[in-house]
Design a binder for this molecule. Structure first.
Ligand SMILES: NC(=O)c1ccc[n+]([C@@H]2O[C@H](COP(=O)([O-])OP(=O)(O)OC[C@H]3O[C@@H](n4cnc5c(N)ncnc54)[C@H](O)[C@@H]3O)[C@@H](O)[C@H]2O)c1
Length: 290
């Protein structure tokens, strides 16, 4: 039932993304090892997966046998080397820090077979720079999942120049077996999703700045006129204005396009602590979150 050549998966980092990736892998039938340096975080991650699966069962979206099978296939471990041993695919989901990711990847590479595929879930760091740190860069690629992993259908499969076809095919299969849709993208800043999504969000902010329309009406233009499930300003509030500002600065610097220059209004709102839903105020008021 699982992908050719892959029956055992290791996920390094059990935070927001790692626990979700481990959950969907275990649900799809993979023997899944979930690893975190922090034992308390690891416990929380397993409890979170249990709670999500229980909720799925209560709502009739997950079969009891799927929940029980997934939990039986999931193994928590605290060391990255131990977690990776015997794995056919290792996905790192540690914090977005290049040095940390490179260290983890070379530690993992030292404990796996040559045929093991290694992947990063980075959302913005250059995948090719990480590949350069590996003994066998042909085994490496990006698998960019979206949050929350068990709900979001898209995975960006990020190729670098060295990625072997065999590694790419394994990764594409894996994504398919998770019941998700893969798109292939070259390693370039913002991949496909952030690059387009950020442009729309920034332009919407520029329109608020120059009084073209209210945030509500700009969002309605996209929801009703273009059938987007949510307007770009509401989405910016949900993601966090600080997160979007960081991405805009990075894309502006790396792509050199004016389309990514952060609008003054965004910089001012972040400086004022109006970060969106998490602080109770952004382009909208979020009274329950304040
Ligand atoms: N949060 C998102 O919406 C999102 C979406 C797509 C991609 N990403 C990317 O996914 C990656 C992880 O992000 P996150 O939001 O899950 O972060 P997070 O902070 O929630 O989780 C990271 C986990 O890694 C663990 N960790 C740190 N050092 C470790 C080590 N040496 N060995 C094992 N575990 C270690 C931490 O204890 C933590 O539990 C980042 O590269 C991020 O850019 C995040």
């Amino acid at each position: 039932m699982v992908s050719p050549g892959v029956s055992r998966v290791a996920v390094i980092g059990a935070g927001t993304m790692g626990h979700g990736i481990a959950q969907v892998a275990a649900m799809a039938g993979y023997e899944t090892v979930l690893c975190d340096v922090d034992a308390a975080r690891l416990d929380r991650a397993i409890a979170r997966i249990e709670a999500t699966l229980d909720k799925g069962v209560r709502l009739g979206k997950v079969a009891e046998t799927t929940r029980d099978g997934a939990l039986a296939r999931l193994k928590p471990v605290t060391g990255a080397a131990e977690a990776s041993r015997g794995a056919h695919l290792v996905i790192e989901a540690v914090p977005e820090v290049m040095e940390l990711k490179m260290r983890i990847l070379s530690e993992v590479e030292a404990s796996v077979e040559d045929g093991t595929v290694l992947a990063t879930n980075t959302s913005s760091l250059p995948v090719s720079q990480m590949a350069a740190a590996l003994r066998l860069p042909g085994r490496f690629l990006g698998l960019h999942f979206f949050n929350p992993v068990h709900i979001m259908e898209l995975v960006e499969v990020v190729e670098v120049d060295q990625t072997h076809l065999r590694a790419l095919n394994r990764a594409m299969w894996f994504v398919k077996k998770l019941g998700k849709e893969a798109i292939r993208v070259a390693d370039s800043p913002g991949f496909a999703s952030s690059r387009l999504g950020i442009v729309l969000g920034l332009e919407a902010i520029r329109m608020v700045e120059s009084d073209v329309a209210s945030p509500e009406d700009i969002d309605k233009a996209m929801v009703l006129g273009y059938r987007h499930p949510m307007g770009p300003l509401r989405l910016t509030d949900l993601v966090g204005l600080d997160v979007r500002l960081d991405i805009a600065r990075y894309l502006h610097e790396s792509l050199g396009s004016e389309a990514f220059r952060p609008p003054r209004l965004l910089e001012r709102m972040v400086a004022d602590g109006r970060l969106g839903k998490k602080t109770g105020r952004g382009f909208y008021d979020w009274p329950d979150e304040s």
